[in-house]
Write a protein that binds this ligand. Structure first.
Ligand SMILES: *Cc1c(COP(=O)(O)O)cnc(C)c1O
Length: 375
């Protein structure tokens, strides 16, 4: 019988903990002895190290990626009566954050090759209430920036980046997260940079936006603990920051391992009748997920499961199709590309500690399903 110990897992945050166990355990011990457990020196250091990594002057640690999006939107002055254009083909968190800010999501379709916001849909979604475009670098693939930034500039819209799946990804040699007015990162354990709990970060070039997020994350406090505005409680804790500082040092190396595994998948799966994920020209994909597309997705998935291979589906439904959102009329135009992707996508195992042998095993099982002999 196959069990969790000999399955090939889709993601494996424990393997990464084990890789860095000594250093992480030491960082946790030191933090425990430090006597400060929330928003202390570890958080401050991690904020400046992460800002430097992304290539922006300001980073503000918060409780989750969802909160980072929410507070970044609020800091941009987006709220009730405003509309934010984003995609339905994303984690629910993207759309939830827009609603947390009190704004109305206007969901547009993706382009079929790269699964990211289709810039051709922007004009149809624009209304007099539109204030921002929230782009998602899905699976680690940067969005098609030039037409999106042009459109935002022409119509005076804010651009906010959801970088929850794209730590380290690059467009034209610059890291994503450094293009928009603000960007949000998640440190959920399975992300490319993952804590051992929850965490998030808002980053920006704009000192005033950063100051706003700093206030909003803690009751609207200024430096003297007077609430200057109504805020929330969304803080990053010291232990998570200490762990993230350890892992940030090897993020590029870990992403490189992901990219090598993606290249191996690409080579071995060429004979299978599958759509393999391309990399946008002039970009560096962070390979958060390796997502193939098959008309027989569900059958392929159960074939792999029987062989002890775990896969996931990102995403089985667009946000607009899910129970909480279905009757809310959030779509702006057709979402048929989103809906057909939802029927066909499959996320194969992908994490830095996955071995080449395991990738070969996965590919062999896929080729067997496709009736093609492994080469
Ligand atoms: C994970 C994720 C989020 C939310 O991050 P949390 O830390 O779980 O709140 C937002 N957007 C996308 C695209 C994600 O993958």
């Amino acid at each position: 019988m196959l069990d969790a110990t000999n399955m090939i897992l889709a993601a494996n945050p424990k393997a990464q903990y084990e890789t860095h166990k000594e250093e992480i355990d030491r960082a946790i011990q030191e933090t425990l002895g430090g006597g400060r457990y929330v928003l202390g020196e570890q958080v401050q250091r991690f904020e400046s190290e992460f800002a430097a990594y992304i290539g922006v002057p300001h980073a503000v640690g918060v409780g989750s990626g969802t909160d980072a999006l929410h507070l970044a939107l609020r800091a941009c002055g987006i709220g009730a009566g405003d509309e934010v254009i984003t995609v339905s083909y994303t984690a629910v968190a993207t759309v939830a954050a827009v609603e947390m800010a009190g704004a109305q999501p206007a969901l547009v379709d993706i382009d079929p090759d790269y699964f990211t916001l289709d810039p051709k849909r922007l004009a149809g979604a624009l209304t007099s209430k539109t204030r921002a475009i929230l782009v998602v670098h899905l699976y680690g693939q940067p969005v098609d920036f030039p037409p999106i930034l042009d459109f935002a500039h022409t119509h005076r819209l804010r651009v906010i980046e959801d970088c929850a799946q794209s730590h380290g990804a690059m467009y034209g040699g610059r890291r994503v997260g450094s293009f928009g007015d603000a960007a949000a990162f998640s440190f959920y354990p399975t992300k490319n940079l993952g804590s051992l709990g929850d965490g998030g970060m808002a980053v920006t070039h704009d000192a005033e936006l950063a100051r706003q997020v700093r206030m909003l994350r803690q009751y609207g406090w200024d430096g003297h603990r007077e609430s200057l505005c109504a805020g929330w409680n969304s803080r990053l804790d010291e232990i998570q920051a200490a762990i993230l500082r350890v892992k940030l040092k090897t993020l590029d190396e870990d992403n490189e391992k992901r990219r090598r595994l993606a290249a191996l998948y690409g080579r071995l799966l060429k004979p299978a009748k599958l759509n393999l994920p391309p990399e946008r020209p002039n970009c560096r994909h962070a390979c958060h997920l390796y997502v193939v597309r098959s008309a027989q997705r569900d059958k392929l998935r159960s074939h792999l499961r029987k062989q002890g291979i775990e896969t996931l589906v990102h995403y089985p439904q667009g946000v607009h199709q899910q129970a909480a959102y279905r009757d809310r009329n959030l779509s702006s135009g057709s979402l048929s590309v989103t809906e057909s992707a939802c029927r066909e996508v499959l996320s194969l195992p992908m994490y830095p500690e996955l071995t080449e042998e395991e990738v070969t095993t996965v590919c062999r099982a896929i080729l067997e399903f496709a009736g093609v002999a492994a080469q």
